[in-house]
Design a protein around this ligand. Sequence first.
Ligand code: NAD
Ligand code: SER
Length: 315
Amino acid sequence: MITDIQKILIIGAGGQIGVELTAKLSEMYGSSNVVASDLKGASAFPNNPFEILDALDKKALFEIVKKHGITHVYHLAAMLSATGEQNPMFAWKLNMESLFNVLELAKEKHISRIFWPSSIAVFGPTTPTVGTPQYTIMEPSTVYGISKQAGERWCEWYFNKHNVDVRSIRYPGLIGWKSAPGGGTTDYAVHIFHEALKTGTYECFLNENTVLPMMHMEDAIKATIEIMHAPSEQIKIRSSYNLSGISFSPKEIANEIKKHIPGFSISYKPDFRQAIADSWPKSIVDKEAREHWGWSATYDIPKLVENMLDNLKKK
Ligand code: NAD
Ligand code: SER
């Protein structure tokens, strides 16, 4: 266990990333030093202090920060790409205002460090799709992507103007067995494993050749911990870092699953999420994250598929 003093608040702890990040940080710092918060769901965190918190309520956030002596905030609450397109005004409000609430608390020196995730959704249809670099054309076409891009600019602004120590990663689509995804375009890459084991078939909402950047959740958690623990001078990008894991299409991941479940079959019925996926990169170059704070991924496609199937079978 790490013994430096950190009191951590996770906002949106009940979500796909939050559940795993809360567990990892609790291992590192002790459960009593990691406060989980969400709109509901205390029962998911029997060992952690838990607070009901609407991230849009700045006063309630401030009170929780004071009550627990919070130093570090991981702000995960957001509306993701698919649900965001169905509720654009609220997606904008939630994604932007909740970020301002956290950034303002840091500006006022109530907290000392923030993690806020961005996404591959900051890129758009005019971005080069293969080997997308850190600095390139960024014209996102979803409300979610627009909010993440604006959020990145604000993070950099708060760092430059107010010395707010905010750190961010552009996560690719995340795949883990411990928690369910919450309304994204890359969610198929989690659902496919559950359905392969349960029914042996899966109807995919993206077409077979839609290649997207993806990552095993363990790698995403590793990156999150690493960027938050790197010395400040190594974090040279204060908007958000590109982060690369693996890239595959539904057909490629289905073929890898078939190596373990020979009878597995997949069909394709693209819906509105196809247009979102088509606007995103196929692969990401993360040279800066590697050079600045030593990032590297550990999962390739065979290892990810084996890990997902083995763990879901046990679960
Ligand atoms: P999720 O939808 O699974 O979880 C979000 C959590 O936030 C939920 O538990 C929800 O109840 C909570 N929440 C929603 N509104 C809230 C509010 N007003 N106040 C407090 N909590 C609220 O999302 P996730 O996949 O865990 O993503 C977390 C963050 O990572 C988001 O910012 C998302 O944009 C980003 N991200 C995720 C992925 C991915 O593949 N999962 C990829 C890129 C970026
Ligand atoms: N996985 C996320 C989504 O599909 C990307 O940010 O919305």
